[in-house]
Design a protein around this ligand. Structure first.
Ligand SMILES: Nc1nc2c(ncn2[C@@H]2O[C@H](COP(=O)(O)OP(=O)(O)OP(=O)(O)O)[C@@H](O)[C@H]2O)c(=O)[nH]1
Ligand SMILES: [Zn+2]
Length: 317
């Protein structure tokens, strides 16, 4: 759960000493000209970052101090419990969000699900120790829910929660809202599955909130760039990061990828060799389990495809 730091207006810096002018805050947006930081009192301040602080991202809890006028300055990033990155050379752009708890991978009957992408997201989340579950949107387009259940059977079997919803009819939305309480979530998924539509349904005041944010920080709407953190009406936070749904296998090795397939875990210690890649290796328990149906075979096949997608520099063990 994202702490909004309401416990104390006097924050403690890394050195442990309490500095009365330092306050705790939550980074709710990354704007072109600075960061929108929500104070413990709910006030939003436009902050710059001291150079030595490092890269700050949406979801970060920070210590900040007031400087001239209505501006603030971030002096420290508080320890993160998670960080999500995407591939790329520019570190500032690679950071997607901090302190996320859970990613919901959204699929739909239309566009047809790209299960390889789904597995890539799930593996990346496992690697980052983020919770991950699946939302199947647009069930209104299906003749029967059984079709979705059939497609999701492997995922349910290995312990992913699957939420069948329709933003159009509202089906399943109240159960999903309950699920989001008390944590910080993000939606990911291919284009057209309904992520924006769902975000708008979960945040009926989104437009107003965005407008207020630009007013509070004195910046125009167009300056809101990558991600924004919203407090959901029923509780919990949602990080909306349009266009950054391409987070993937950045920095993952073959071993990490195998670790990203949660159903492989009981089998991996039974492989004959400690550096088994679970491809054609002799005595591979994972492969054998997939071939005998003890593991979902389709997921195993996609593991093999993802291995091929890893850049050669990451195909290490
Ligand atoms: N039938 C049906 N259509 C939906 C539903 N939810 C969203 N759509 C439609 O699906 C289309 C794509 O929705 P978006 O919300 O833009 O999808 P997105 O995932 O945000 O797409 P990108 O912004 O490209 O990543 C729109 O035409 C929506 O009206 C639903 O529950 N049922
Ligand atoms: Zn193996």
């Amino acid at each position: 759960m994202v702490k909004r730091g309401r416990e104390s207006p006097v924050a403690r810096s890394k050195s442990g000493s309490s500095a009365s002018h330092l306050r705790e805050g939550l980074v709710i947006a990354h704007l072109g000209q600075g960061l929108a930081v929500e104070d413990t009192s709910g006030e939003t301040i436009l902050c710059q970052t001291k150079r030595r602080v490092g890269l700050v991202t949406v979801g970060d809890r920070v210590l900040w101090e007031r400087c001239d006028g209505n501006m603030g300055r971030v002096v420290e990033i508080l320890p993160r419990r998670s960080v999500l990155t995407r591939p790329g050379h520019n570190e500032a752009v690679r950071l997607v969000a901090a302190n996320l708890d859970r990613v919901f991978v959204v699929v739909a009957p239309e566009p047809e699900p790209d299960w390889l992408l789904v597995d890539q997201y799930l593996a990346a989340c496992e690697h980052r120790q983020l919770g991950a579950d699946i939302i199947f949107n647009k069930v209104d387009l299906l003749a029967s829910r059984d079709i979705a259940e059939h497609l999701l059977a492997d995922y349910r079997r290995i312990g992913y929660a699957c939420f069948l919803i329709s933003v159009r009819t509202g089906e399943g939305l109240s159960a999903l809202r309950k699920e989001l309480i008390g944590q910080c979530s993000m939606l990911a998924g291919q284009s057209g599955v309904g992520k924006s539509s769902l975000t708008n349904a979960l945040l009926p005041d989104k437009q107003l909130l965005t407008q207020t944010l630009s007013e509070k920080t004195g910046l125009g709407r167009h300056t809101t760039t990558t991600a924004t953190l919203y407090h959901l009406p029923d509780g919990g936070d949602l990080i909306d990061s349009p266009g950054v749904s391409i987070f993937g296998l950045a920095e993952m090795s073959t071993r990490d990828l195998a670790a990203g397939f949660r159903e492989f875990q009981p089998w991996i210690p039974r492989c004959r060799f400690g550096d088994c890649k679970h491809i054609n290796d002799k005595g591979c328990a994972v492969r054998e389990a997939a071939e005998t149906g003890a593991l979902p075979y389709a997921r195993y096949q996609r593991y093999l495809k993802l291995i091929e997608k890893l850049p050669p520099s990451q195909r290490t063990y």
